[in-house]
Design a protein around this ligand. Sequence first.
Ligand code: NCD
Length: 304
Amino acid sequence: MKRKDLLSIRDLKKQDILALMESAKQMKTAVQHPSKREFLHLNQAMITLFYENSTRTKASFTLAGKYLGMHTTDLAVSTSSVQKGECLLDTGKTLDQMGIQVVVVRHNHTGAPHLLAENMGAHVINAGDGSNEHPTQALLDLFTMLEQRGSVEGKKVAIVGDIAHSRVARSNFFCLQEMGAHVVFAGPETLLGGVHQLGAKTTTDVREAVADADVVMALRIQLERQKANNFPSLAEYQEFFGITEDLMRYAKKDALIMHPGPVNRGVELTNSLVDGQSSVILQQVQNGVAVRMAILNSLLEGEA
Ligand code: NCD
């Protein structure tokens, strides 16, 4: 189904997700082989509007747009009129007059992309809103799992870390649930808030979460979003919840290690796991470009 915006993974049904995965497979060839890039959306324009820091998401959207032949530009929020007090809606309506077809937005407030979507003619893509959702990350994570394992149906995915503040955790939960995988969240009790209501399985025993897991996904401790002292220190977090080789012995033998990045090396994961054989962290990054090309293509399909 053709839609205007991509705001939440919950707006996508299994068949929509599978169609995006199929398209991303084709797009991946274009990421790896410059000569295979077909400029499907030549001259259409995209702007990235990031109110929070980003390396992977912003760069991969920009490149995804360029590989499709689009004009891409970034509104550097820190040097824009936002610093003069301009509100989000005025910024959005202003950009909407500049001939753009897509705006990719990241904001520290839940619902900011939804507000823009209602008030802009351009397609709006949610690149992360507060602790709410990060749908394109969940799709690239799924693509990586499918590429490695063929299917996620019936597979156990352990997601470990700062669940309470993580839009990646929430979007992955909705996406993986729709695709038939079993998700278990693990972390300190203070970082598991909010997901109980979703009906998610949670535990403070990381070994229980990792036991027989097909995928172990570590999440960054988001100190910038934490208002309380949710745990005594990063060293103590690492001691009880850090993923180590020892802990991975409880997982399936060929279990994948994933992390959306950026990694606090030695906190969420040991250095050797980040760089080891089971890690698909860099594949996630590469797949992010292909998946975002597929998303842009699906929103723009049929538009001249
Ligand atoms: C995540 C984000 O910003 O939500 N990173 C990402 O997009 N790859 C996770 C994080 O910041 O920890």
